[in-house]
Design a protein around this ligand. Structure first.
Ligand code: UGA
Length: 443
């Protein structure tokens, strides 16, 4: 089948590449010439495990192509995916200018029946706006009655770092449409990923659009709830890690996504919770729980900073901190809304400097903070510790889980660890003579 993907960002590239991998003829379109040049030279503009090889193979075998030519893109696919960015506006709502501009281009150039698929995370009601934008262009060409199209909401549920697997083995394929014929076309397109049992859930467009926000908001709520409980546990001399295991054993609660930490980050949860709050305001609904989820997360990103301030009684000027982990989570180089940024910016503000290491996000850190004299990016975890007054663990990369604590002690000025991910055993830290601060571990 012929597929066009507008937007060669994270979602678009993974979608296009995986659809090509199962034999479709995929054309990816992006206005960013630099990105398209990179892809045409066989380089991926994003880091995602397994993606580079898949792009190279499908490109070499002629099923995956890249272009900046929008008209060529519209001319190519029966399926036209809109997977462009929806950055938050100043007020937190999703900025739809890129989505609507693709819709207008489709209306301007299409010459056959087309299935237009919203893949970007877009507020409820966007499919209607996409439909109107296409219709306006068709009207200009006096083609409204002769050219048909359908708009589908098909939100993505990829996790960065596991995106290929998530796409190839989806837990669900949400299809929002008001035309049953379109559901069957989408079913055919997704059939290679929908074999063992039917995972396709068809519904109306608005419910599909809301399902995406509802899922992310629910997950963010779980995290903020656990972080709230962690802060409480600490003050009650209880251990949130024990509480977590006790809670998770109830299958109605479950073990997934109840890890306390130094706050959620990334391009999705912060943006989507804010956008849903904004949507609620627009329909005069005071979404109190969503507001609280966001407020708790904002505070949680300060928790490590507060612990450091308390330990050093506010005297951070001239101190050096080793930071392990800059990406918002492991297996990505993404630092959008990362807790490491809140931490480092607070340390710099207080006059301290940072020696940081991350297995993948060094390039991104260099791009974001190239001007900072108080940031030194080092090549391995132990080098970050040399001459530092404490180690702060911010991202739970596997290689930080079982370090040589003797070496840590030898390298640090004082044996002191602030752990934002509860990676270590407090009792072991005590035995090793390391002062240890974790999240929600009051004992
Ligand atoms: C999230 C969702 O998990 C995906 O299902 C969704 O498709 C995606 O957003 C999206 O909307 O595109 P992602 O942002 O890649 O995926 O990252 P997650 O693995 O969900 O982690 C988000 C944040 O929550 C990270 O900062 C992580 O450290 C934090 N987290 C996660 C916790 O603090 N505790 C947990 O128990 C789990």
């Amino acid at each position: 089948m012929k597929v066009t993907i507008f937007g060669s960002g994270y979602v678009g590239l993974v979608t296009g590449t995986c659809l090509a991998e199962v034999g479709n003829d995929v054309l990816c379109v992006d206005v960013d010439e630099r990105k398209i040049n990179m892809l045409n030279n066989g380089e991926s503009p994003i880091y995602e495990p397994g993606l580079d090889d898949l792009i190279a193979r499908n490109k070499a075998e002629g099923r995956l192509r890249f272009t900046t030519d929008i008209a060529e893109g519209v001319g190519h696919g029966l399926f036209q995916f809109i997977a462009v960015g929806t950055p938050p506006d100043e007020d937190g709502s999703a900025d739809l200018q890129y989505v609507l501009s693709v819709a207008r281009s489709i209306g301007e150039h299409m010459d056959d029946y087309t299935v237009v698929i919203d893949k970007s995370t877009v507020p409820v009601g966007t499919a209607d706006r996409v439909k109107s934008a296409i219709n306006e262009e068709l009207e200009k060409r006096a083609l409204t009655s002769s050219l048909e199209f359908d708009v589908v909401s098909n939100p993505e549920f990829l996790k960065e770092g596991a995106a290929i697997d998530d796409f190839m083995k989806p837990e669900r394929i949400i299809v929002g449409t008001d035309n049953p014929r379109t559901t069957e076309l989408i079913r055919a397109l997704y059939s290679p990923f929908n074999r063992s049992h039917d995972r396709l859930i068809a519904m109306d467009i608005r419910s599909a659009e809301l399902t995406k926000y509802a899922s992310n908001a629910m997950l963010a709520t779980k995290i903020s709830f656990m972080n709230e409980l962690a802060n409480l546990a600490e003050r009650l001399d209880a251990d949130i890690e024990k509480v977590r295991i006790g809670m998770g054993s109830d299958p109605r609660i479950g073990y997934h996504f109840i890890y306390p930490g130094c706050g959620y980050g990334g391009s999705c949860f912060p943006k989507d919770v804010q956008a849903l709050e904004r949507t609620a305001r627009e329909v005069d609904y005071d979404a109190r729980l969503l507001n609280a989820v966001e407020a708790v997360n904002y505070r949680q990103k300060q928790v490590l900073v507060d612990k450091i301030h308390n330990h050093f009684e506010g005297k951070l000027k001239g101190l050096t901190f080793a930071v392990w982990g800059l990406a918002f989570k492991p297996n990505t180089d993404d630092m959008r809304e990362a807790p490491s940024r809140t931490l480092m910016e607070a340390l710099w503000k207080a006059g301290a400097s940072v020696q940081a290491y991350d297995p993948e996000a060094m390039g991104e850190a260099r791009r974001l903070y190239s001007e900072r004299p108080d940031l030194e990016l080092v090549d391995d975890p132990m080098s970050a510790l040399k001459g530092a007054d404490a180690l702060v663990v911010v991202t739970e990369w596997p290689k930080f889980r079982s370090p040589d604590f003797d070496e840590i002690k030898r390298n640090l000025n004082t044996p002191l660890i602030f752990d934002g991910r509860n990676l270590y055993d407090p009792a072991q830290m005590k035995d090793a003579g390391i002062a240890y601060y974790a999240i929600g571990r009051g004992l």
